[in-house]
Design a protein around this ligand. Structure first.
Ligand code: SAH
Length: 368
């Protein structure tokens, strides 16, 4: 995103936009009109917003604009998946991925440039962390993807689902992520239903409680192990927030938000967390709770010590869960030929962390 003194209309939730137009001396309904142009019609030029009074338009053009992150590169997978590298600053980049399916189009967006959580099986973790994305950079990914994919005013949306499963830990960037998901779900914004916007977290327990007070976005949690010893090795934040606390926060979220269920992501690592005994232990943890398990075949990246579980082990693991009454699905691997699959997003990150979570715990900076 190029430096600009103008206010970016993307990233301002409705209430903030109403204040913004009020400060310009206009009525609050102007904010809804603006959102209609920006999100419903995909209009990026204020000059083209023809039903706004000429004076107001001129005033707006002086101080506001629709500004998206700049595209550095775009890659196309043989399976139709697309990955964009977007510039965070002149020297750094983050990534977003579009996954087309028959009935829907899912956009996987990033929330940070890099990540601090240091999960041992994730490529983003190897890059280190530089900074949080701003709300407009988060919303800007969705707006830009729609444009890139050919969305036109009056036509059907191409991005029907958004998952915060790209680079970064969304709940470590609470301050920007919450307004961004509000815009995604606002009737005047992208108007996506709460089931079509999913926030995935590695398990920042206090932020899950806080999230329950702020929004009702669908929740996914990266569990990856049925016991604390193994989970602490794979997802170091577990040493601070162990499984029992994490699950209590999840059930609270569902109660509070009247949600359907939490999706638990579970990466399948050969010989590490994929035995039938581990499947049974996982079933015991989740049985009787509003939970679904999504098994993710491990996606390799250079330098990793892990290997993907063989397909029969993955199927067996799923069946063990299902037999015990726990819903389980296997995530189809998409875009791995262009390193766009889960855990493969690397971008370009200038690491600013002096200590990483795996080495010295809990230095994770959380923006409230
Ligand atoms: N930080 C958040 C958002 C990332 S979501 C979180 O941890 O939930 C990306 C999902 O892909 C997470 O479930 C993550 O654990 C998983 N993942 C990471 N590396 C992976 C890999 N190499 N192969 C498969 N899945 C991976």
């Amino acid at each position: 995103m190029t430096a600009s003194a103008k206010t970016n209309l993307l990233g301002l939730p409705r209430a903030a936009l109403e204040t913004f137009v009020a400060d310009l001396g206009s009525k609050p309904f102007r904010a809804r009109q603006l959102m209609n142009w920006v999100y419903k019609r995909g209009e990026g030029s204020i000059a083209n917003m023809t039903d706004l009074a000429k004076d107001f338009r001129a005033q707006l053009m002086e101080c506001a604009e629709v500004r998206t992150p700049d595209i550095v590169t775009m890659q196309h997978s043989s399976d139709g998946t697309r990955k964009w590298k977007l510039s965070a600053d002149s020297s750094q980049a983050f990534e977003m991925v579009f996954i087309p399916e028959k009935e829907r189009g899912t956009l996987c967006i990033s929330s940070q440039v890099g990540c601090m959580l240091d999960c041992s099986f994730c490529s983003t973790a190897q890059q280190g962390f530089n900074r949080n994305l701003t709300a407009d950079e988060i919303v800007g990914q969705v707006w830009l993807a729609e444009k890139e994919l050919g969305f036109e005013a009056g036509g059907d949306r191409i991005v029907t689902n958004v998952v915060l499963m790209g680079m970064g830990e969304p709940l470590a960037n609470f301050r920007s992520v919450v307004p961004a998901v509000r815009i995604l779900m606002d009737d005047y914004g992208f108007d996506l239903s709460r089931r079509r916007v999913t926030l995935s977290t590695s398990g920042l327990v206090p932020q899950i409680y806080k999230l329950a007070e702020e929004t009702n976005v669908a929740l996914a949690v990266s569990l990856h192990a049925p016991d604390d010893e193994l989970r602490s090795e794979l997802v170091p934040i577990n040493r601070k927030h162990p499984i029992a606390e994490l699950l209590a926060a999840c059930w609270h979220y569902i109660d509070e938000q009247n949600g359907r269920s939490v999706t638990f992501e579970y990466v399948m690592l050969d010989g590490v967390n994929d035995s039938p005994t581990q499947a049974r232990a996982l079933a015991a943890l989740l049985k009787g709770h509003p939970a679904k398990v999504n098994l993710i075949p491990f996606n390799p990246f250079p330098g990793t010590r892990y290997q993907r579980s063989p397909q029969p082990a993955i199927l067996k693991f799923r069946d063990e869960l299902i037999q015990r009454g726990v819903l389980a699905t296997i995530r189809r691997t998409r875009g791995d030929d262009i390193d766009a699959a889960c855990g493969q997003l690397a971008g370009k990150v200038i690491d600013r962390t002096t200590v990483r979570l795996g080495n010295k715990l809990f230095g994770v900076a959380v923006q409230q």
